[in-house]
Ligand binder design. Structure first.
Ligand code: 0L1
Ligand code: MG
Length: 257
């Protein structure tokens, strides 16, 4: 199996770069393991670094019960963020750069002190420098946004872009904030940050454990996207997306061609 990992990685990298659909890897490789999938993810982030992108942090995925049930798992997954994925808050998203992009509201942390391995919620919070409202653009490269768990992990957990709003003090309570995502002024998703594993800090604890298992650490300056707080919205050209987070403020962008 391992001899094929770089071939499978190249397929997904090509799909992401050219915004074209890929076939699920498990269709041709039903024995693909979670370990193989993270190895493919790493190979493709290494390709991005070789093209000049810089690492800026991590994203956590499948952090709500609804999404875990959708994929039939009980463990969160993670992916890697690069500077090329960070989008200008208030700007225009080029939808043509994506296969079938969706947006979801998230909470972002910026890390102040290294964090890795088994940590408590208090230790995780002590490592936080600031918190911010955020939105993630997820774009599964697979046809019809359908995938198995190894497929989505290999595809960098659908990571493709993110917006971050104004940073607030690290001791800001983000455990249960009301969130409203609007499209052209109409509310399309309403939820709470508590949908992220009951409290987004649990996602940060998971991030430290899971990246630590891969021999990595959350480092000062890293951004961690804690996970979706509501269902994702499929984007269409002409939409103005604005998400209002209780206490933290709003984040917005417009969808262009
Ligand atoms: O950020 C997420 O929770 C997405 C993880 C992958 C599943 C999906 O693309 O919906
Ligand atoms: Mg997400």
């Amino acid at each position: 199996m391992s001899a094929n990992l770089s071939v499978l990685a190249a397929t997904l990298d090509e799909a992401a770069r050219t915004a074209t659909e890929a076939t699920q890897l498990i269709e041709t490789h039903p024995d693909l393991t979670i370990e193989d999938a993270y190895a493919i993810q790493l190979l493709n982030v290494q390709r991005r670094w070789a093209r000049g992108e810089r690492r800026v942090g991590y994203k956590m995925g499948l952090t709500s019960r609804a999404k875990m049930q959708q994929v039939g798992v009980s463990e969160v997954i993670w992916g890697r963020l690069t500077d090329a994925m960070r989008l200008e808050e208030g700007g225009t998203l080029s939808l043509g750069r994506y296969v079938h992009a969706r947006v979801e509201p998230e909470i972002a942390y910026i890390i102040g002190k290294p964090l890795s391995g088994e940590v408590s919620a208090a230790e995780a919070l002590a490592a936080v420098e600031a918190v911010a409202p955020a939105m993630e653009i997820i774009d599964s490269r697979y046809k019809n946004f359908k995938f198995s768990l190894p497929d989505v992990i290999a595809d960098n957990s659908s990571s493709s872009g993110f917006y971050v709003g104004a940073w607030s003090k690290p001791d800001t309570d983000v455990s249960n904030l009301g969130i409203v995502m609007e499209v052209n002024g109409r509310a399309v998703q309403v939820g709470s940050s508590a949908a992220i594993l009951g409290n987004p800090v649990r996602s940060l604890v998971s991030a430290a454990r899971l990246v630590g298992r891969a021999g990595e650490s959350l480092m000062p300056g890293d951004i961690v996207l804690a996970g979706g707080a509501t269902a994702a919205h499929s984007l269409s050209v002409g939409e103005h997306i604005r998400t209002v987070f209780q206490t933290l403020g709003a984040v917005s962008f417009t969808v262009g061609a």
